[in-house]
Design a protein around this ligand. Structure first.
Ligand code: NAP
Length: 245
């Protein structure tokens, strides 16, 4: 019970990695408020953990929506200790053919959405004694992936936003760290892991020889908000099984 008595907000918790991280936090004794647009998708989780888990509609592109989510966590669970800025999307496209709409949509969700979530966290957490923030990058933030230009660029921006926010808020008892998963057999990574052509290419670069599991990402997400990581700040933690790329 490493997160006993704590309250967490997780954006993009309606499916994929966010949903699995939420269940891991609940298993560690944490109360969790999940945010996303399709909250019907987590009705089963709310039924399963009626005292520990709730959901609220969220659009991370809307500052008021983000603020409402954090306020809802305080109202429902009487505090806030952890914010996981997990919501993200990917619009494929090589630079030469990428539409401005796809570029802007990727940055609006991934970069602006993460900025708004971290900004709200830095407003709410000091009033509740400090806490922990996690942002969500990707192995693609620091590696060239042709056809994923907007996604790669957006994740690189998230890593630097994390480092700056960490230094700016450490004095308030807040850590801001980042997870950078590799190819995970869950969420948007599942399509890569199950595509024979893509997998043939990437598997050669993977020292572990297999995609990661959502539980392996969630284990890192538990560590980065627990007491054992209290002196880790501004760190980008790769969870990729060893990537020779
Ligand atoms: N899976 C991987 O292999 C992998 C690898 C590296 C990094 N990541 C990162 O991990 C994070 C989670 O990815 P995933 O694989 O779990 O993807 P996913 O299954 O597609 O889930 C994305 C989540 O983000 C939410 N979301 C998207 N746009 C949103 C918006 N405007 N407002 C609120 N929520 C929004 C979605 O909820 P709604 O649609 O219900 O709003 C959903 O819950 C992302 O940041 C991704 O870049 C994943």
């Amino acid at each position: 019970m490493r997160l006993s008595g704590k309250t967490a907000v997780i954006t993009g918790g309606t499916r994929g990695l966010g949903r699995v991280i939420a269940e891991s936090y609940v298993a560690e004794g944490c109360r969790v408020l999940l945010g996303g647009r399709d909250i019907d998708a987590v009705a089963d989780l709310v039924d399963k953990y009626p005292d520990q888990l709730a959901s609220r509609h969220l659009d991370v592109r809307d500052p008021d929506s983000v603020d409402r989510l954090l306020q809802a966590a305080v109202d429902r669970f009487d505090g806030l200790d952890i914010v996981v800025a997990n919501a993200g999307m990917s619009a494929p496209g090589r630079v030469a053919g990428l539409s401005l709409e796809d570029w802007a949509a990727t940055f609006e969700t991934n970069v602006t959405g993460t900025f708004l979530t971290v900004r709200a966290a830095l407003k709410y957490l000091p009033a509740h004694g400090g806490g922990s923030v996690i942002t969500m990058s990707s192995a693609m933030a620091t590696r060239v992936a042709p056809g994923a230009s907007a996604y790669c660029a957006s994740k690189a921006a998230i890593e630097m936003l994390t480092r700056v926010a960490a230094v700016e808020s450490a004095a308030q008892g807040i850590t801001v760290n980042c997870l950078a998963p590799g190819i995970i057999d869950e969420g948007m990574g599942r399509a890569l892991a199950s595509n024979a052509v893509v997998w043939a290419k990437y598997s050669q670069k993977l020292a572990s020889g297999r995609p990661g599991t959502a539980d392996e990402v969630a284990a890192a997400a538990v560590f980065l908000v627990g007491n054992d990581s209290r002196y880790i700040n501004g760190h980008v933690m790769e969870v990729n099984g060893g990537l020779d790329w």
